[in-house]
Design a protein around this ligand. Structure first.
Ligand code: PLP
Length: 369
């Protein structure tokens, strides 16, 4: 179907390469990068993103779901794909079929993988995950030794990696270092049992950029590759990959004292020139931005006035120096208005704003026809 409405998420693939370069320059040679492309690549479009990153030399990809791994394979991604959320019993067959690498942290999945692998006469590379303090996935730290002993019984499983995940690398160095210490102990325990995994990894974007000594042999950044700062002072040199733009739908003048949008939560204090934009919370522009965010019109910041509706939002263009007309381009977020800023205003994190850009908004590679 032809796209008639102008609201679009432009994906600047060249900036994926740029941000990967920033990460590489920080971690140095010899450390592999596993790009987190789960959640449709944080809303950027998984196939487009992964293919651009693979062409730029990313060694691994991380997905949450087996289905996301399948999608990448169907798109032609050849690099190893790590299923970060495991594959569960029901995903074992597909994971092996598609050449996905399961993250393993329970014996039921291990048994299911072993059974499928034995039937097919193959070995399966797996990464084992230990919980060092995140309290989400991963073998509890105290049960790691017995778990390793049981995994050793499955002779079709080739343990090529060990992993853990940090809970607050962006905010608590003491706890992060304690998690890293536990991870090192877990690695030693595996080596003592004659496992020799090459890939050792624990660092998300915040740890990748914020710590010199926690990179092991691979890092797992997501947010930083999308050009978004993973924490205070960590965003230097990153350029936002997603830019959400639209065009002015309608412009009119309202008199002082006139209310705007549902609930008339903004009343014009002076004669105002108002532009209506064809974007709302059904597109993922959070209603929490009502009366609080700004957009960019003709390069100038313009405040959102009144409540964000499902499909529309009004902005105040009274102070824009040049005449604003229907069809003029507007940036909702990108370079001029950063997604970090919108997330802060909406009381959430940039991940949620990016993932929240709905499927109604087409993703288009910037510069593509
Ligand atoms: C297991 C795992 N590794 C890596 C990442 C990437 O994290 P970030 O986007 O903060 O770099 C995530 C994302 O939450 C994750 O769950």
């Amino acid at each position: 179907m032809q796209q008639l409405r102008p609201t679009t998420a432009l994906i600047h693939a060249d900036r994926l390469r740029h941000n990967l370069g920033v990460v590489r320059s920080r971690v140095g040679a010899g450390v592999a990068v596993c790009a987190s492309v789960k959640g449709d690549a944080y809303g950027h479009g998984a196939a487009l993103t992964a293919l651009a990153l693979e062409a730029s030399g990313v060694e691994w990809f991380g997905v949450a779901l087996v289905e996301e791994g399948e999608l990448l394979r169907a798109a032609g991604v050849k690099a190893p794909i790590l299923c970060l959320e495991g594959v569960a019993v029901f995903g074992a067959e597909t994971a092996i079929e598609r050449g996905l690498t399961p993250m393993l942290f329970d014996l039921d999945s291990a048994a299911a993988l072993h059974e499928v692998a034995r039937r097919r006469g193959v070995t399966v590379a797996v990464h084992l995950k230990v919980d060092t303090g995140m309290g989400r996935l991963g073998v509890p730290y105290g049960e790691w030794g017995p778990f390793l002993d049981r995994v050793a019984d499955f002779d079709t499983l080739d343990v090529t990696g060990l992993a853990t995940h940090f809970a607050e690398a962006e905010s608590d160095p003491t706890f992060t270092r304690e998690q890293a210490r536990r991870f090192r102990v877990a690695v030693q325990a595996a080596k003592a049992r004659a496992f020799h995994p090459k890939m050792l990894h624990c660092s998300n974007s915040a740890a990748t950029l914020g710590y010199d000594d926690l990179r092991f042999t691979m890092v797992r950044p997501g947010l930083a590759l999308y050009g978004v700062s993973p924490g205070p002072g960590l965003g230097e040199g990153l350029r936002p990959v997603m830019q959400v733009v639209t065009r002015v739908l309608y412009v009119k003048n309202i008199p002082a004292g006139y209310g705007v949008s549902y609930g008339r939560r903004w009343v014009a204090p002076r004669p105002t020139r108002l532009a209506t934009l064809p974007v709302g919370y059904a597109d993922g522009y959070p209603r929490a931005l009502s009366n609080r965010a700004e957009v960019l019109v003709h390069g100038q910041r313009c405040p959102v006035r009144g409540t964000v509706c499902m499909d529309m939002v009004m902005v105040d263009v009274t102070d824009v120096q040049t005449p604003v007309r229907p069809g003029d381009e507007v940036e909702l977020f990108g370079d001029g208005v950063r997604v970090e800023e919108l997330a802060e205003i909406a009381g959430t994190i940039p991940y949620e704003v990016l993932c929240g850009v709905s499927q109604r908004v087409p993703r288009r590679e910037a510069g593509a026809p």
